[in-house]
Design a protein around this ligand. Structure first.
Ligand SMILES: NC(=O)c1ccc[n+]([C@@H]2O[C@H](COP(=O)([O-])OP(=O)(O)OC[C@H]3O[C@@H](n4cnc5c(N)ncnc54)[C@H](OP(=O)(O)O)[C@@H]3O)[C@@H](O)[C@H]2O)c1
Length: 258
């Protein structure tokens, strides 16, 4: 089923590529059809980040200052079109995640296009040190799956949390992806980070697309990460540019695999 476009929502974007024009993020994203591209053994996986013009993924410890209204529309619009959202402990902790889709119209559109009203929140943790005090776990019935080697006491949590215990020998993102596809029928997955898990996904060659917003802002020096962290790849990974959009000086790039 094709999702109804959320036309008119958010600022209008100037499309520079593939063909010049003006469009709303909702109209553009309505034709993504990510699930149809899923390989048999894992979800089709997209990653979304915002960076400053000097390449940092956060300022004063968080990403919010880098965002603008069009970026927020893109961020929530992407959430509208996926089965599940992967976010790991560093970002859960600093960004204090709550319910993933709050807007009733977005929930209705999701349901109308055959998706669950709320995407499955997917957490992968090697240490099992999950920040269960964040708002996400206090929301009634929010679906969450945690892949981790340890135990997690979920009895006091309002969210609907399932814990999948992985042996240390199978504690990889590839294992998690296979389980998401085979046991949860997750065909489209959006990774919202942070940089460490993006780096790890690249190491295991699990990323199909990157949605990157470049803010017209400079952070200066400091220790804030770029959009990837961890060990470098053995060789450069080539991308193909799918679209370029602009709003209020911010650029919105969509890259696929080459
Ligand atoms: N600009 C943006 O769009 C954006 C997006 C997201 C985050 N951020 C920013 O990024 C910062 C957080 O960055 P971060 O890199 O610390 O966050 P992160 O990637 O969210 O979390 C790092 C943690 O991920 C866990 N992890 C799960 N699988 C892993 C693997 N295969 N390899 C290594 N670690 C793995 C580790 O903890 P355990 O295994 O112990 O759980 C690790 O400490 C914050 O300032 C946040 O605001 C920016």
């Amino acid at each position: 089923m094709t999702p109804a476009p959320s036309s008119g929502a958010g600022p209008e974007l100037r499309q520079l590529l593939p063909k010049p024009g003006r469009i709303h993020a909702g109209e553009l994203l309505a034709s993504l059809n990510l699930a149809a591209r899923a390989p048999v053994d894992r979800p089709y996986t997209i990653v979304n980040f915002v960076a400053s013009a000097d390449g940092r993924a956060s300022f004063e410890g968080r990403s919010g200052g880098l965002s603008n209204p069009a970026d927020r529309e893109m961020f929530h619009g992407l959430r509208e079109h996926v089965d599940a959202i992967l976010v790991v402990t560093g970002t859960l902790r600093t960004e204090r995640y709550g319910r993933l889709v709050r807007d009733p119209d977005r929930r209705r559109r999701r349901a109308g296009s055959g998706l669950r009203p709320e995407p499955l929140a997917c957490i992968f943790s090697r240490s099992g040190d999950i920040p269960i005090d964040i708002p996400l776990f206090a929301q009634d019935g929010v679906p969450v799956v945690v892949f981790t080697p340890g135990r997690l006491d979920t009895s006091a949590l309002a969210a609907d949390v399932e814990v999948v215990r992985l042996d240390p020998g199978e504690l990889t993102l590839t294992t998690m992806m296979r389980r998401l596809r085979s046991a949860y029928d997750i065909r489209s997955l959006l990774c919202e980070g942070g940089p460490t898990v993006f780096g790890a996904l690249l190491q295991e060659d699990l990323v199909d697309e990157l949605f990157l917003s470049i803010a017209p802002l400079l952070t200066g020096g400091g220790r804030a990460p770029g959009i990837t962290n961890g060990p470098p790849l053995g060789e450069l990974r080539e991308l193909s540019l799918v679209w370029v959009l602009e709003s209020d000086g911010a650029l919105f790039l969509r890259y696929g695999r080459r």
